[in-house]
Design a protein around this ligand. Structure first.
Ligand SMILES: [Zn+2]
Length: 102
């Protein structure tokens, strides 16, 4: 017995809801100075996706700590150089990822 998606009613292996949801995300990435002169990478704009799961996947891939709160994922450290590639890998379209310039 496979798990059924509560949104479309299809078995989880056939369901593309997660994929579609991720394709609809418009994410803003910025770098913020945290305590003790350290940096955190802030990703904002997540809506209707499993943000905790995305945060977990990013933390694993980038080997860092972090947390998810509301529409926001905060990753410990400066990951500006890699986070876009990882978001694309997770199904966010590159044109929907906005890097805030400094
Ligand atoms: Zn579904």
């Amino acid at each position: 017995m496979s798990e059924i998606c509560p949104i479309c009613g299809l078995p989880k292996e056939l369901c593309v809801c997660t994929k579609i949801q991720r394709e609809q995300q418009v994410i803003t990435v910025s770098l913020k100075k945290a305590k003790w002169g350290k940096y955190v990478t802030v990703l904002r704009g997540f809506e209707g996706v499993d943000i905790k799961k995305i945060a977990r996947e990013l933390k694993t891939r980038l080997a860092c700590g972090g947390s998810a709160k509301g529409d926001m994922i905060i990753l410990q450290g400066n990951h500006l150089d890699r986070v876009k590639k990882e978001l694309i890998r997770l199904g966010i379209p590159p044109e929907n990822i906005h890097m805030e310039e400094y």
